[in-house]
Design a protein around this ligand. Structure first.
Ligand code: SF4
Length: 530
């Protein structure tokens, strides 16, 4: 029996971080006729946030730890799933394993992007999908058979791939959630994405497999599922049919979908409200010219209209933005934040552009005047419109937005406060960042009650500066009331709060306009139980 370990190092510990790629390869080796009876396959995954790994300072120490743990299993072959965040550690780890005679096969996005540079680091590299190539390679190693990767099809027929959930290779309950692959490929070709040089086709996993996986999630009571299908809603009939099954079989599971705003309509929005879910929508920039440069189509009018449908139907959604895109200036990035917040998303995720090897953007970097880090994570350093100083400012804006808006659960009242101050969201976040620095507020704290108190203190200080103190009590009531409701929803724990104004008015259309509110609602201090 050849002992084989499939492994990866995950970026974080979260229900969204599962070793799915490594599990798919492990599952494929188990099922491959050429190695089925010859191999003992095990999946061992690590996370950068594992309690043994987190305190280790250097990549060398992390590589030592992982190598020692893997060697305890006495493997003959180790298959590594290599990503931007684990590449250096796995290169060092491979050195240590080699010394013990272990054969290393490496695959994953980092290998696919530039297989040539790893010569000598790993024994074998596998580009693209590994579910057929890796088992064939292992068969060739065990039986000394020829292996010709060029004979494999460019992309696999998904009906030939076993499910790592259905054969018990991976148990989603161990990770607190599942990544659910419904499709591979994407009909779009955004320049910064690995799909930019793909075939522009979408391959769907067979309905039978998807149904069985859904039944398994129901049986195991999986609390959260992240759907991996970048354009889930592109095929409306398929999306509606699956939403119905999800509602019937897993009514208590929370789902996260990636969606394209242009494919949203009322019927689909209503169907999303029938399950527990949130949609994440890539906006990336609000500037059509910038998006054109990265090959993204964007119809602003349609985007606003369809996001409006989500808001009208009460669908929870978030938006993604990227800073450092070619053609984006700091001013247009700020406008992107203003535009995004004005659409009332539940959260805004702001990322620094990575110019990933293997993407169209990487190939065109010189033509587009992009300067970026030459080692992972390949973050942008500057463009002809975005200086390193702009990058710093964008990063501070992202931190302030994440703390104040996302972790601060500010969506119900944020625009009301901005309007009362006649301030736009980006300017508001910048002022908050300065305030946080002066008042020693650490922006990585996620405890909502603490964030809420900081929100109230900051807004109180702004009203004071601008002689708008008349709004302070109403604003504090609205923030406390909504904050307590969000905590009750999240934890189920009731709490008592003191208010200056009657709750029935705080929880009404009146509270959308602070000026109208204080002129028409009379204070009536009270304590209420949420
Ligand atoms: S970013 Fe999303 S929509 Fe664009 S090509 Fe990649 S997967 Fe497709």
């Amino acid at each position: 029996m050849t002992k084989i370990i499939c492994t990866t190092l995950l970026v974080e510990k979260s229900p969204q971080a599962l070793p799915l790629g490594a599990a798919c390869v492990a599952s494929a080796i188990k099922h491959y006729a050429g190695t089925e009876k010859e191999c003992d396959v095990k999946l061992i995954s690590f996370s950068r946030e594992d309690e043994e790994i987190l305190p280790l300072k250097s990549d060398e120490e992390k590589a030592d730890f992982i190598a020692c743990r893997l060697l305890e299993e006495n493997p003959q072959i180790v298959c590594m799933s290599v990503f931007v965040w684990n590449r250096t550690i796995f290169e060092l780890c491979a050195e240590r394993l080699h010394k013990q005679g272990v054969i290393i096969i490496a695959g994953g996005p980092e290998i696919t992007a530039h297989p040539d540079i790893f010569e000598g680091t790993f024994d074998y590299t596998v580009c693209g999908e590994g579910e057929i190539k890796v088992p064939c390679l292992i068969e060739s190693i065990i039986f000394n058979k020829p292996y010709s990767p060029e004979t494999f099809p460019k992309s696999l027929d998904l009906k030939d791939i076993p499910s790592p959930y259905l054969d018990d290779t991976i148990d989603p309950t161990e990770f607190g959630g599942a990544l659910w692959e419904l499709a591979r490929g994407c009909p779009f070709k955004c320049s910064y994405c690995y799909e930019s040089k793909g075939e522009k086709t979408v391959r769907l996993f067979p309905e039978e497999r998807i149904d069985k996986e859904l039944e398994l999630f129901a049986q195991k009571k999986v609390p959260q599922v992240f759907v991996l299908d970048p354009t889930y809603n592109a095929n409306k009939e398929r999306a509606l049919a699956l939403l119905k099954k999800i509602a019937r079989l897993t009514p208590d599971t929370f789902y996260y979908f990636e969606a394209r705003a242009e494919f949203i309509d009322r019927q689909l929005a209503k169907a999303f409200t029938k399950i527990n879910c949130a949609l994440q929508i890539g906006l990336q920039s609000a500037d059509e010219n910038v998006l054109r440069k990265v090959n993204r189509s964007f119809n602003k009018k349609l985007f606003v209209k369809n996001i409006g449908i989500l808001n009208q139907e009460g669908v929870t959604f978030g938006l993604d933005l990227i800073y450092g895109l070619p053609g984006e200036s700091f001013a247009s990035f700020r406008e992107g934040i203003n535009f995004a917040v004005g659409l009332y998303p539940n959260n805004i995720e702001i990322f620094c552009l990575s110019v990933l090897p293997g993407t169209d953007l990487f190939d065109r970097a010189q033509e587009l005047n992009l300067t970026f880090e030459q080692t992972p994570p390949y973050n942008i350093i500057k463009t002809d419109k975005f200086s390193p100083e702009d990058k710093k400012k964008a990063s501070t804006l992202a931190q302030a937005c994440s703390y104040f808006y996302n972790d601060g659960r500010a969506v119900p009242w944020f625009m009301t406060i901005c309007r009362s101050l006649k301030t736009k969201p980006a300017a508001f976040f910048e002022q908050f960042y300065d305030y946080a620095g002066k008042n020693k507020i650490t922006l990585d704290c996620c405890e909502h009650k603490i964030i809420e108190e900081n929100q109230i203190k900051f807004i109180t200080s702004l009203y004071k500066q601008r002689q708008l103190d008349r709004y302070t009590k109403a604003a504090a009531d609205i923030i406390r009331f909504n904050g307590a409701i969000s905590r009750k929803t999240a934890t189920g724990i009731s709490e008592k709060i003191r208010l200056t104004y009657p709750p029935e008015y705080i929880d009404s259309q009146y509270s959308l306009d602070l000026d109208f509110f204080i002129k028409n609602v009379h204070p009536k201090p009270c304590e209420i139980k949420i």
